[in-house]
Write a protein that binds this ligand. Structure first.
Ligand SMILES: Nc1ncnc2c1ncn2[C@@H]1O[C@H](COP(=O)(O)OP(=O)(O)OP(=O)(O)O)[C@@H](O)[C@H]1O
Ligand SMILES: [Mg+2]
Length: 348
């Protein structure tokens, strides 16, 4: 649906040139909800804005539906832009116009007739749940309602693509969730391809199917959101994922740790305790679970456990166990590693 080929975006500052996007290539599938995540200044907005050519790439091509839109200009470019809606962090509404007029804006720009506008605006206001606010002004709305107006305006023209630049960053958690749910619904019901920027992996986890991780103008990692959460490869992605999964232990537990501390990941929602009790039995150790949860990402279960392995040789074992505790620990870790998706030794 959208092919970004070797995109670079350079800005000419007063003293120096900024390379905001550095040779990025991405492929975004039709009907996807595609996330772009990264820290402030990573180049996310610059990259997103090349998709509707609000920002012309300094190098590279943007293909939409197989057509090279970087080659378009004039009315061909305007027509293409109408197929792409956009929403913003701070909503960018017209403050002196009603909700109805804000939603009608893109239709007027596209040269729709009054009859067409009168038919379409109530439809989109209903879709975003603002039917009763048609005559209100933006100042009379909550943040979430303002973003709903932004969404109504962006989809009024029945675009094929919706670009979302930090659409929930100005909203509280609950409102943010309801806006993300609305975007998910729009994607499902209308089949609109969504590209969404966020600096929070938690937002990506809620609705995206794929994600690109950006750092200093480059995409450092790209893939299925579940896979990225299960096995983040790049250190920056690992940091983002760790932060979101929040498996931190209270200091009183990590102080003076004796034993081997493991982070264990398992896929699917099958119980993992049998593997751990089996390891305890076989290798004469004890297993204490310090933290554990199951995250559901795109309806798939990702299980996470933090467990402490310690020496615990009961009398009945001593006869047939290998000599040292160290050896048994290593064998236990290997055994757990074999029987789960991933094991990371955090300590010991
Ligand atoms: N118009 C511009 N002129 C000069 N430099 C710019 C311009 N727009 C962005 N930049 C620079 O390009 C880099 C990338 O900016 P960009 O806005 O794309 O990042 P971002 O990932 O969207 O950040 P944020 O999360 O803060 O929105 C930054 O260093 C920024 O200062
Ligand atoms: Mg930005």
């Amino acid at each position: 649906m959208i092919e970004l080929q070797n995109i670079s975006v350079r800005y000419q500052g007063r003293n120096q040139e900024v390379l905001a996007v550095d040779d990025v290539s991405l492929s975004i599938g039709k009907g996807d909800i595609y996330g772009i995540v990264g820290a402030s200044g990573a180049g996310k907005s610059s990259l997103l804005r090349t998709i509707n050519l609000l920002e012309r790439p300094s190098a590279g091509h943007v293909l939409v539906g197989g057509q090279n839109i970087t080659a378009l200009s004039g009315s061909a470019l305007r027509n293409q832009r109408q197929r792409i809606g956009m929403i913003f962090q701070h909503f960018n509404l017209m403050h002196t116009s009603t909700v109805y007029e804000n939603a009608a804006f893109a239709l007027r720009v596209a040269g729709k007739t009054e009859d067409e506008i009168r038919a379409r605006v109530p439809e989109v206001l209903e879709l975003v749940g603002l039917t009763d606010k048609a005559e209100a002004f933006p100042s009379q709305l909550s943040g979430g309602q303002k973003q709903r107006v932004g969404i109504a305006r962006a989809i009024a023209n029945r675009p094929a693509i919706l670009l979302c630049d930090e659409p929930t960053s100005a909203l509280d958690l609950e409102t943010s969730t309801s806006i993300l749910e609305l975007l998910g619904e729009i994607n499902q019901r209308l089949g609109i391809t969504i590209v969404l920027i966020s600096h929070e992996m938690a937002v990506i986890k809620k609705i995206c199917s794929r994600v690109a991780v950006m750092e200093s103008g480059k995409v450092v990692e790209e893939g299925d959101v579940f896979d990225i959460f299960a096995t983040p490869a790049h250190p920056f992605t690992q940091q983002l994922v760790d932060h979101t999964l929040n498996l931190e232990l209270p200091p009183r537990l990590t102080k003076d740790l004796h034993g081997t501390l493991l982070k264990i990941i398992f896929l699917g929602d099958r119980a993992e305790t049998p593997v751990l009790s089996e390891a305890a039995q076989r290798f004469g150790i004890s297993v204490n679970i310090l933290h554990g949860k199951i995250e559901y990402i795109n309806n798939r279960a990702l299980g996470l456990l933090v467990a402490l392995l310690q020496g615990n040789v009961s009398e009945q074992h001593t006869g047939n166990l290998p000599a040292t505790l160290q050896e048994r620990m290593a064998q236990a870790v290997d055994y757990i590693r074999l029987n789960t998706a991933q094991v990371e030794v955090l300590h010991g």
